[in-house]
Design a protein around this ligand. Structure first.
Ligand code: ADP
Ligand code: MG
Length: 275
């Protein structure tokens, strides 16, 4: 069953001769408990599309449907994680995590159990009384993630959540977030421009192009978890998506423009292309 659908989404910024058609007629859908990544060159409209799905931005045309209901604005059934953590600096880790549950009027004993469960999942036990400025970047981002899934949103939207984190911490955090999402059965839609991150974390990668956000490829990653970053199938998936990304940066509309002889055939062993 499709959990989330977006249909024929179009978005234009600016007026008259300064018009910039960022998205034109973009459609897709995602299933429950899938980890889907929107991958694309900088400026291709990833954030715009995610903000439309989040309900923060209205499309000029098209609609977003979550569990059969049309999205008309932000709502608690869609969690959101931003690049810059967005924790409340005046609240402890625990109060930050409790905040959305209180707002959703979750009963106190249930909140308490859930906080403990989340702290343990994110390896933050013993840190609950610290304030954000006392945490490392990785701890802050883990706090932001568990806060956003605390009241079990139907889908978690993340915009470049690890963009501000250095390379090594980034790999560790990818592994930590993966284990949180699997344990808590979270459905995720993440935006990134980092191919490695997309391949490590996703069940499916939607590649957007600079051509009005057109979907250049919809790629299923059928690799067992946790993923082995050095395996041949993993490296082939990375190489393939880098090729697609490069072509989509040139404004091509479709992966059909990709010279597709040996690379794709090699990949079919581990992953497959769904179109
Ligand atoms: N609020 C806005 N007003 C005008 N132009 C915008 C606005 N938001 C985004 N854009 C433009 O839309 C395009 C896509 O932006 P964005 O969705 O942020 O891309 P991405 O996240 O893929 O890097 C860019 O050209 C950007 O300048
Ligand atoms: Mg962006």
């Amino acid at each position: 069953m499709e959990l989330l659908k977006f249909e024929n989404i179009s978005k234009v910024f600016g007026k008259k001769e300064l018009q910039n058609q960022v998205l034109s007629n973009i459609s897709s859908s995602i299933k429950s408990q899938q980890f889907v990544t929107l991958l694309g060159p900088s400026g291709c409209g990833k954030t715009t599309l995610l903000n439309i799905i989040g309900g923060f931005l209205k499309p000029d045309a098209g609609q977003v449907i979550l569990e059969g209901k049309r999205v008309t604005g932000p709502g608690p059934e869609r969690g959101f994680v931003f690049q810059n953590y967005a924790l409340f600096p005046w609240m402890t880790v625990k109060d930050n995590i409790l905040f959305p549950m209180k707002r959703q009027k979750m009963p106190a004993p249930q909140r308490e159990d859930r906080v403990q469960e989340l702290l343990s999942m994110a390896n933050l036990e013993g840190k609950e009384h610290l304030y954000p400025h006392q945490l490392s970047g990785g701890m802050k981002q883990r706090t932001a993630v568990i806060r956003s899934i605390a009241y079990r949103p139907q889908v978690l939207l993340m915009d470049e959540p690890l963009g501000a984190v250095d390379f090594q911490m980034r790999q560790t955090l990818q592994e930590e977030l993966e284990s949180i999402f699997i344990r808590d059965k979270v459905t995720v839609m993440m935006v990134t421009h980092d191919v490695e991150e997309a391949v490590y974390m996703s069940d499916r990668v939607i590649v957007m192009s600079n051509h009005q956000g057109a979907i250049a490829e919809d790629y299923l990653l059928d690799l067992k978890r946790p993923r082995d970053r050095r395996s041949t199938a993993y490296r082939q998936a990375v190489n393939h998506l880098m090729d697609t990304l490069q072509i989509s940066s040139n404004g091509s509309e479709s992966v059909a423009d990709l010279p597709r002889v040996p690379v794709l055939q090699a990949i079919n062993g581990g992953c497959h292309v769904a179109r």
